[in-house]
Design a binder for this molecule. Structure first.
Ligand code: SF4
Length: 269
């Protein structure tokens, strides 16, 4: 019998590669353990992403800076902030980021895709993912990923991102057009970190994704065959634990320093 394809997104694979136990809590255990409270930095990121999607949904003549405040307000996510004052400050910061960012865009440019799902099948994976933006530059496509975190990013981040590489791999096949350049647009610092993939580097990322998928399938089978789930999906304690949604469930998470839900939006860290 042929093996079934492993259905996944880059974030599902990343959850396993970051920490097998976190993967288990998210995708295997049912009912899934309760998550901790919402994070303000996730709310902020989601709000900015949605405002940019709404901006591109307008006709080009309406893509003006004045509409941003309305777009941002319409889909603003309030969860996770300490209080109204902190949330208002975050709103003002997000609006300033957006104003600067769209100041560098041509309203007449129509991306090939905005929050576009690209899906492909490989020998072992049924892979899909939602790309923030796919631009066409000359004869090629470019993957654009918006970032709103506190920390600045480097070209190494763009090079090492499995998600961006898998998006490029998928977009090239979906649109039948070369797609090798991936970009991280960090709105707070107004910087772009980029990497130009080769066929070989995309193949390397894909083969690591397929290896992760094989490990996941093997761990799930081991549990189905009666192995201890805690051993099949071990913890991987590290700096991510403080930010993990399952730190209250996970024994390793209890050891990690506690972060307030709004810690990720504090400017002084
Ligand atoms: S708290 Fe740490 S070890 Fe536990 S699931 Fe989360 S990331 Fe993994």
């Amino acid at each position: 019998m042929p093996e079934r394809l492993f259905v996944c997104t880059p974030s599902k694979l990343a959850a396993y590669e970051d920490c097998p136990r976190r993967y288990r809590y998210s995708y295997v255990d049912r009912p899934a353990p309760a998550k901790g409270p919402a994070w303000a930095h996730n709310s902020l990121g989601a709000s900015v992403h949605t405002a940019l999607r709404s901006w591109y949904a307008l006709s080009p003549d309406k893509r003006q800076p004045e509409v941003l405040v309305r777009l941002l307000r319409a889909t603003w996510v309030s969860e996770g902030y300490r209080d109204g004052e902190q949330e208002r400050a975050a709103f003002a910061r997000a609006l300033a980021w957006l104003e600067h960012y769209i100041g560098g865009l041509d309203p007449l440019d129509e991306p090939v895709g905005v929050e576009r799902v690209v899906a492909v099948k490989t020998a072992t994976l049924a892979l899909s993912g939602r790309v923030d933006r796919i631009d066409r530059r000359g004869d090629e496509l470019v993957i654009v990923d918006y970032k709103t975190g506190r920390a600045g990013l480097s070209d190494d981040d763009a090079r090492g991102s499995r998600a961006l590489a898998l998006y490029a791999y998928s977009a090239e096949r979906v649109f039948r057009r070369r797609c090798r350049r991936v970009e991280l647009h960090h709105l707070p610092t107004e910087t772009v970190s980029a990497h130009e993939h080769t066929e070989e580097s995309l193949a390397r990322h894909l083969s690591r994704a397929e290896a992760a998928a094989r490990d996941i399938v093997a761990a799930e089978r081991a549990v189905a065959d009666g192995d201890d789930p805690d051993q099949a999906f071990p913890t991987a304690p590290g700096s991510l634990c403080s930010w993990c949604d399952f730190r209250r469930t996970c024994p390793a998470g209890a050891e990690a320093p506690t972060r307030e839900p709004w810690a990720g939006v504090l400017r002084d860290g």
